[in-house]
Design a protein around this ligand. Sequence first.
Ligand SMILES: NC(=O)c1ccc[n+]([C@@H]2O[C@H](COP(=O)([O-])OP(=O)(O)OC[C@H]3O[C@@H](n4cnc5c(N)ncnc54)[C@H](OP(=O)(O)O)[C@@H]3O)[C@@H](O)[C@H]2O)c1
Length: 269
Amino acid sequence: MITLCVAGGTGQVGGELVRLALSAGHQVSVLSRNVPPVGSAKHHDGATYFAGDVTSGDGLAAAVAGADVVIDCLEGQFGKAQKQFADGGGRLLAAAHLAGVQKAVALSIINCDLSSFSYYASKAAKERIYAESPLQTEVVRATQFHGLVAKIFAAGARVGLIPAFKAVRFQSIAPADVAAALLEAAVAESPGKSHAEHHVVTIAGPETLTMREMAESWKSVVGSRGRIIELPLPGPMGDFLRAGHNLSSEQPYGTETFVSWLEKHRESL
Ligand SMILES: NC(=O)c1ccc[n+]([C@@H]2O[C@H](COP(=O)([O-])OP(=O)(O)OC[C@H]3O[C@@H](n4cnc5c(N)ncnc54)[C@H](OP(=O)(O)O)[C@@H]3O)[C@@H](O)[C@H]2O)c1
């Protein structure tokens, strides 16, 4: 049993991680700006919740106190939050170092350093901060989540057209599989505990599918009457996807397929 501080533990992956870590018998503290009320879906009995903000640094010391490992599942998608994303990770690491935390694990995106898309660039900037930290660090780079692809289909279907980007494939992964990889990284024994070791691992979902194949599955599970339309995706994101930088050549880590994930989440799609 170890003590984990999950930053972003009320989010999509963070929430799965908190649930998994508690069921494995670990002690868990959670850091997020908003503390979920007891009884709400985001609240897990047994975890201790701390309100804090990595942008200002408020509440960080209390959240990381006593932790063996800090796991960063934070997000900062747009505008100011995206610009401040990497520095927020730095502030969390500094608080962890000051508190005597041994190790920090961060969730990132596969090959984010190969894209000029600003969102991916912010992930790569955080990765560099982790690489330079005096703590033992591990970056877990995941492929796109099943829900991200499903969201693109749902957005298009609202106007009757389900977009399938030409020449694009995904090897999407379930947040629960990502959470399992983060927990594995957090509890793994490191041989040279006194050194500031840094590791990077990449995890991918169990199948590589064309976006059209995924659109067909989504349409059938959701029962949508939208028309699948193949179209090119312009810009750096299109270049990244067409180059296959979102795919991994390593043995897949995730076990939950896109269709199985869709079926489980049918009600909320
Ligand atoms: N979506 C994908 O396909 C994909 C693929 C690979 C990797 N990833 C990466 O996975 C990570 C987690 O994604 P997710 O979808 O699980 O995120 P999410 O659901 O948006 O959760 C983000 C968490 O961070 C907390 N948070 C945000 N800003 C904060 C701040 N300033 N201070 C403290 N807590 C803050 C949020 O709680 P509050 O709002 O209450 O603060 C929440 O707990 C992201 O970095 C993302 O890039 C995503």
